[in-house]
Design a protein around this ligand. Structure first.
Ligand code: ADP
Ligand code: NI
Length: 226
């Protein structure tokens, strides 16, 4: 791809605009919690954290916009999805270096189960924190109930135990409830954050989830007064 004498800034602004349009059109009708508004929130969070951490804003914003396009839950063939995302960047005038960095981030992000492999660059750490932050707090609570409802799972069932260990298969398909998902995953996210700025946001969101779970328990057990 030729890089003419347009400023880097103008070139990058065009790529970001096109990436937002792509994510919007591909994920507009997505119903598993990875819809366009998830992408939008993660992108805004990534920009805030990137500024505070002095990370490369363009890389963070582009990776956030493209991070779920090849997710295993959304596309039949994640590898082909990855290749498509990379080609899309090169066709839209990203440099080889920019495209490689974004691919490194989104391929690491989408490894599921356990902590996965660690992010190697500051920009990757920023985007991973932004994605994790959107899974906790008030938004995290709402997404979890939407997801459980879509799967036809109960919000809670005292007879379904919280799972301590599970295979990726069990994680996706096992017997689960919305409340159990907090214990199996969401309450663990705060301690997995990479950056101090991400952690500062996570603390408040985490505390709100804990308060929600305590109230839920009190109301479930009838110990909330009278
Ligand atoms: P990621 O954002 O890393 O792709 P997931 O696809 O596992 O994570 O989950 C996206 C959102 O869907 C989560 O933030 C959570 O709210 C919800 N979710 C995922 N798995 C479950 C589950 N087993 N029970 C309830 N909610 C879930
Ligand atoms: Ni995401």
């Amino acid at each position: 791809m030729m890089h003419d004498n347009r400023s880097t800034q103008a070139r990058q602004a065009d790529i970001l605009q096109a990436a937002a349009a792509l994510a919007k059109s591909e994920l507009e009708h997505e119903g598993s919690g990875h819809d366009w508004w998830h992408i939008h929130r993660v992108t805004e969070l990534a920009k805030r954290i990137a500024a505070a951490e002095k990370a490369d804003l363009f890389i963070c914003e582009l990776a956030a916009l493209l991070h779920d396009l090849a997710d295993e839950k959304l596309v039949d063939d994640p590898e082909a999805g990855m290749k498509r995302t990379e080609n899309w960047m090169l066709e839209n005038d990203a440099t080889e270096e920019e495209a490689a960095h974004v691919m490194e981030i989104i391929s690491t992000l989408s490894f599921k189960g356990g902590a996965g492999k660690p992010m190697t660059t500051l920009e990757g750490k920023v985007v991973q924190d932004a994605d994790r932050l959107d899974a906790i707090g008030a938004i995290g609570i709402a997404r979890t109930f939407v997801y459980s409802g879509k799967k036809g799972r109960p919000m809670y069932d005292p007879n379904i135990p919280v799972r301590q260990e599970m295979t990726p298969e069990e994680y996706r398909n096992g017997k689960d409830t919305a409340i159990n998902h907090f214990h199996e995953k969401l309450l663990k996210l705060k301690d997995l954050l990479n950056t101090d700025s991400g952690l500062a946001i996570a603390e408040r969101r985490h505390a709100f989830m804990e308060e929600f779970l305590e109230r839920f328990d009190r109301e479930w057990n009838g110990t909330d007064g009278l």
